[in-house]
Every structure is written in structure tokens, then in C-alpha cells.
Design a protein around this ligand. Structure first.
Ligand SMILES: [Zn+2]
Length: 154
């Protein structure tokens, strides 16, 4: 399958699949790169187009593709801000900073955990139970925070 079709299938914003690998019958690894040319400096909010460096690639688990465990190989980019001279890592909408899972994968884990046990979800997704539990509690906490904010605003 051509890479642009993987990009369409993946359906995540502002990124492109540049390579696909299927190291075994159960796994697919999609190498991706960001198509955005600008990142916003977290310190002074100035847009920057100067790429300073690329971090080492990491594997980010995503929703399964046709029953294959799916991983994105992602090199996050470091930009340099022309105003405050600092370099910073680009933030992307589909991934929490420093997480090894896409946001939609975390949501999937959370929803499964609401209907079954951590052990069942762990076996089903072939993901360690500590990881499953960690994702579940992080998301549950976030939801409680949102709920509280919603109530105090009304
Ligand atoms: Zn700046």
C-alpha cells in the first residue's frame, strides 16, 4: 500500500506516513513525520520555523490496524525560538507530552477498563497491567478535573 494511503488511513492531524514496516504477522510500524512548518514557543508564544534538532525516534502505540498492533515511529522536533533563543520540543495534538501512547489509544484503554477488569484489558491489548492501570487512572483523574471545572463554571 502506498504511504499516502497509510496517511489517510491513520487519520491523525498534520502528519504524514513516510515508511511502513511489518516486522511480524501481528505488528505494523508506521514511520511518521510532522507536516506543520511552524511550532509555537511555549515560553513567549512566538511562532518559529527554525528546526534546531530531532529527538531520538520513539515508538508510540496507536489503535490496532486490522488486528495488528500498531506503533508510530516518531521523531519529535526541536525548534529554536528567535525571540528568547530557547529550543523547545514541538507539542502535537494527538499525543500527550512524553507519553508512549496516542491520545486516542489512551481513550480506547480507558473505555475498555470501564467495562472489564485491568487484567482482561491487559491480556486483550497485550499491554502490561501496570501500563493499563496507569493510563486508566491518568484519564479518570483528568475527567474528574474537567467535571469539577464544568460545575464551578455554571
Ligand atoms: Zn520564545
Amino acid at each position: 500500500m502506498p504511504e499516502f494511503q497509510f496517511t489517510k488511513l491513520l487519520n491523525l492531524p498534520n502528519l504524514e506516513v513516510v515508511k511502513d514496516e511489518m516486522p511480524d504477522a501481528e505488528t505494523v510500524i508506521l514511520e511518521i513525520k510532522s507536516t506543520l512548518e511552524v511550532a509555537i514557543c511555549p515560553t513567549c508564544k512566538t511562532p518559529s520555523t527554525t528546526i534546531h534538532d530531532y529527538d531520538d525516534p520513539r515508538l508510540v502505540r496507536d489503535l490496532s490496524l486490522s488486528g495488528r498492533k500498531s506503533y508510530l515511529r516518531y521523531h519529535s522536533r526541536r525548534f529554536e525560538c528567535a525571540v528568547c533563543q530557547r529550543s523547545f520540543t514541538e507539542r502535537v495534538a494527538w499525543l500527550n507530552f512524553d507519553s508512549s501512547y496516542t491520545k486516542r489509544f489512551e481513550e480506547h484503554v480507558y473505555q475498555l477498563c470501564r467495562k472489564s477488569t485491568i487484567q482482561d484489558v491487559s491480556a486483550f491489548l497485550e499491554l502490561g497491567s501496570d501500563a493499563v492501570e496507569g493510563i486508566f487512572h491518568r484519564r479518570a483523574k483528568k475527567r474528574r478535573r474537567h467535571a469539577r471545572r464544568g460545575r464551578s463554571a455554571s
